[in-house]
Write a protein that binds this ligand. Structure first.
Ligand code: BTN
Length: 270
C-alpha cells in the first residue's frame, strides 16, 4: 500500500504538546494498529488510565457502528481513541458521543470550515458529506468507556471506495489547503476536555444546547432507520438523555435511543 506522508506524526513532539491537557496521557502511538478502540478495550486493568490516548496512522480493522468497517489508507486520516472512567449510569453515555461531535465541529470551525453539522448521533458532515464518525464502546472494565474518532483529512474522491464517493468527504475536499493532523488532534482534545468536564459535572443541558445548534436535521423531515424498521418523521428535538425526538405523520411523538437518520430530499425534476 502506498504510504502518503503529508504530515507524519511525531509521537514525542505530540506528547510534549499534550502535556498541559487533562486528556491524552499516556499516548500510545502506532504506525499500524488493527483498531485503536480495540487496543484500549483490551488494555489490562493495571494499565488503565483515564485520558489514555491511542493514535494510529493506519488501522487494518477499524470499525464503526453496526459492525461496519471503517477503512483508511496510511497517512490520510486522524484515527484515535480515548479511554475514560464513565462512572455514570449508561443512560448518560450517549451524551459523550454527542459532546465529542460538538468538539469535532468546533475544531473544524476553528480551522476555517464553515458550518460543520452533526448527523445524529455520531457523524459530522461538511456540506452533505460525512467527514467524521465517532464510536463509543464499553471499555476494559464495566464502568469505563472508549471513545473513538475517525476524521478523513487528506483523502481525494478517488481514495474512497466507489460506493462511498457520493457521500464521504474529507477536510482536503472541503478546503484545499495544508492540513495537519496533530494540530487537529490537539484542538479537539483542548475542546473536548471542557465538554468532558461538563459531562462529569452533569451540565447535560449545555452539551445538548451546543449539539442542537449544529444538528443537520432539526425541524426537517427524515427517514429514521432502527432495527430493520424505517420510520418517517420530522426531527423535533433532542431529549434530555440525547435521544432523538420524532413527530411521525400520524402525530405520534416517538423517542429513539439508537438508529440512523436519513434526510429526506425532495427532487422536483420533471
Ligand atoms: C461510524 O461512523 O460508524 C464510527 C466510526 C468510528 C471510527 C473510529 S477510527 C478510530 C476508532 N477505532 C475504530 O476501530 N473505530 C474508531
Amino acid at each position: 500500500m502506498t504510504r502518503v506522508s503529508h504530515d507524519p506524526f511525531d509521537p514525542q513532539r505530540l506528547a510534549q504538546r499534550l502535556k498541559g491537557l487533562a486528556l491524552g496521557h499516556p499516548l500510545y502511538y502506532f504506525e499500524t494498529m488493527d483498531s485503536t478502540n480495540g487496543f484500549l478495550r483490551a488494555l489490562p486493568a493495571e494499565q488503565f488510565r483515564t485520558g489514555a490516548l491511542a493514535l494510529a496512522d493506519h488501522q487494518t480493522k477499524g470499525h464503526g457502528r453496526f459492525d461496519r468497517r471503517w477503512c483508511d489508507a496510511p497517512g490520510q486520516s486522524l484515527l484515535f481513541s480515548i479511554l475514560f472512567e464513565a462512572g455514570e449510569p449508561p443512560s448518560r453515555w450517549s451524551l459523550v458521543t454527542l459532546g465529542a461531535a460538538v468538539s469535532v465541529c468546533r475544531t473544524l470551525e476553528r480551522h476555517g470550515i464553515a458550518e460543520p453539522r452533526i448527523r445524529w448521533p455520531n457523524d459530522v458532515l461538511v456540506g452533505d458529506r460525512k467527514v467524521c464518525g465517532i464510536l463509543t464502546e464499553k471499555g476494559p472494565t464495566p464502568t469505563t468507556l472508549v471513545l473513538g474518532v475517525g476524521l478523513n483529512v487528506h483523502q481525494r474522491t478517488e481514495d474512497f471506495p466507489p460506493a462511498l464517493r457520493q457521500s464521504a468527504g474529507s477536510l482536503r475536499l472541503a478546503a484545499e489547503r495544508p492540513w495537519n493532523r496533530e494540530d487537529l488532534l490537539v484542538a479537539f482534545l483542548t475542546d473536548f476536555q471542557t465538554v468532558y468536564r461538563q459531562w462529569q459535572e452533569g451540565q447535560d443541558a449545555a452539551i445538548l444546547g451546543d449539539c442542537r445548534q449544529r444538528m443537520s436535521t432539526l425541524g426537517r423531515p427524515v427517514y429514521f432507520h432502527s432495527h430493520g424498521r424505517r420510520v418517517e418523521g420530522v426531527v423535533m428535538d433532542l431529549d434530555l438523555d440525547g435521544s432523538l425526538v420524532l413527530r411521525e405523520p400520524t402525530g405520534i411523538v416517538s423517542r429513539w435511543h439508537s438508529g440512523e437518520v436519513e434526510e429526506i430530499r425532495w427532487s422536483f425534476e420533471s
